[in-house]
Design a protein around this ligand. Structure first.
Ligand SMILES: *Cc1c(COP(=O)(O)O)cnc(C)c1O
Length: 222
């Protein structure tokens, strides 16, 4: 894998306004360093323990994004430095992020993860659950979190029509939530959707953050 070339080619192909999150999970710090030296600063990890180790080894100006399932009891391990958590799927988790961010006197950006894919195993809230969370939220109790948008994973399929429909559904939900819950707030502005195999479709459907691993770092060994 030529990480430098992969990341430079990919970045050059992205429209303005789309942030590339280089998903480095299961790859060693040396791979991240190569991408860093190619000028990249935004990386995504999906396990708190793995991130903790890498964060200590790597430069301080990396912007770390958490993209995997996050257990409440792990929030404290990443709260000191995490830039954005893409995977908020319950009120309980949001409360814990608020608590830990407050301890560090920081504001942590979060995205609400929406379940649209057909697989049962995918994480996230249904659109109805997400609306209920926002409706019932005591906003004044969350000064240390900034709800910045939505995230989803599309169904893992070759059916690009289905993938596109799921991204369109997320985009519509995003518009609806923004006008209902964030009318004056332009900081609700991120749509995290698109991975190695489907990011071009995601961008066509309004993605502002793509999360790409394999296409940069190669196949992961589990
Ligand atoms: C692993 C992962 C990605 C990246 O997947 P690739 O297919 O390697 O690009 C993106 N988003 C989430 C939530 C992931 O867990």
């Amino acid at each position: 894998m030529n990480i430098t070339r992969n990341i430079q080619t990919l970045k050059a192909s992205l429209p303005q306004g789309v942030t590339l999150i280089a998903v480095s999970k299961f790859h060693p710090s040396s791979a991240i360093r190569e991408a860093y030296e190619a000028g990249h600063r935004v990386f995504g990890e999906s396990r708190a323990q793995e991130l903790k180790v890498k964060q200590k080894e790597l430069p301080e100006d990396i912007e770390w994004h958490f993209i995997g399932t996050l257990q409440s009891n792990k929030v404290k391990d990443i709260a000191a430095y995490i830039h954005t958590i893409h995977s908020i799927d319950s009120l309980k988790l949001l409360q814990e992020v608020e608590k830990q961010a407050a301890k560090h006197q920081r504001v942590i950006r979060v995205l609400l993860e929406i379940h649209l894919a057909q697989e049962e195993t995918k994480q996230g809230m249904t659109p109805a659950e997400c609306k209920a969370l926002l409706t019932d939220l005591r906003w004044e109790a969350y000064p240390h979190v900034q709800i910045a948008g939505l995230m989803c994973m599309a169904t893992d399929t070759d059916d690009t029509t289905l993938i596109r429909k799921e991204f369109q559904t997320l985009q519509q939900l995003f518009g609806e939530l923004r006008s209902t819950f964030f009318p004056a707030d332009c900081s609700f502005n991120e749509l995290s959707m698109g991975m190695s195999h489907d990011y071009p479709i995601a961008i066509e459907e309004g993605s502002t953050m793509i999360r790409v691993g394999t296409r940069i770092f190669g196949i992961r060994e589990y």
